[in-house]
Design a protein. Sequence first.
Length: 318
Amino acid sequence: MKIVVLDGYTLNPGDLSWDGLKQFGEVVVYDRTPKEMVVERAKDAEIIYTNKTVIDEAVLNELTKLKYIGVLATGYNVVDIETAGKKNVVVTNIPGYSTASVAQMTFALILELTQHAQRHSDAVMSGKWSHSPYYCFWDYPLIELAGKTIGIIGYGSIGRKVGEIATAFGMNIIGSKRVRNDMSHIENFSWAEIPELMEKSDFVSIHCPLTTETMGIINKDSLRLMKRTAFLINASRGPIMVDEDVADALNNDVIAGAGLDVVSVEPPQQDNPLFKAKNCIITPHIAWATIEARGRLMDITVNNLASFLSGKPVNVVN
């Protein structure tokens, strides 16, 4: 059995092992695969893996030996699952592996926006503290989280973990989700529709999946609903927000700041307007990428394939 990993570098740049897959057959791993080389590299494979390499109808029509596609991520919009289903090709994803890591990054962004630890460290290293007549100084406003309200768009597993951490900081929580469950046992929690959530929150944190309904929901109109003192956090998917509208909101003081781990097109163009926006922190889509989270991803990848080969597939998305 031939197994081809089309873009394995992101998951495993060298600090993990592919040995778990090698027990099932011949494994060929490519760091990345240009679109025009997908068919050539995967034509003899029964099993292929993709992270962001697109597997569309045209590709599927050429891969006549294919039986299984493993998406090395939670989101699976890179695969034409409808066509795959028609061809009896099973598609699986990797849910739940990065919950703790993404929640951790969410608060790394929040804390940098409110404490400015790196900026103040840079000021100290440049000599500003040494030349100060005072025992302390601050160049940016310092904001306490206790008593503030965080609005969480998408109250799934990651959203709930963010809520747990927020509770530890003494924050109030507003959640938004299509299907609501009873949260009356949590004193600092309330449900709201997205417009109300954005109006009332001091921090709006996005943790919903990218769908046709959520694409572009953070735009000039929804941003105007936010407090001028509020912050936007996105550690979910970039296309949920309109980059230019977020940049305009920052530059025109519609909102106070943004902490973003994603942008709408990745890698971004050098002229992305967010790069010059005021009080905007951008990290390169790394919330999911701790060594622990990637290790879990690899373990689930192996288990998904083992389950498929045993006739009992799990995490199937088509």
